[in-house]
Design a protein. Structure first.
Length: 82
């Protein structure tokens, strides 16, 4: 699933565009422009855009198959009260 940019929080700094190794984002070079997710299927889910955003305006939604293969079953059981 592609990254999602919160337009309310984004200040248009373009850091997500610069940091993305897959060039998923595109931005109009006008000041204070919110980037666009141009190539959503190219996202590697590396989390760089989320971690580097100064306003925490980028949210990354992981695909189900990624969550299943990287989730610790013991942690899930602990959360369920088992």
């Amino acid at each position: 699933m592609p990254p999602v940019i919160d337009k309310e929080k984004c200040i248009g700094c373009g850091l997500c565009v610069e940091i993305c190794p897959c060039e998923v984002f595109d931005i109009d070079h006008a000041p204070k422009t919110v980037p666009v997710v141009l190539y959503p299927r190219e996202c590697w889910h590396c989390n760089a855009c989320v971690l580097d955003c100064p306003r925490k305006a980028v949210d990354l939604r992981f695909p189900l198959h990624y969550m299943i293969t990287t989730t610790d079953a013991a942690a899930l059981n602990h959360k369920a009260g088992d």
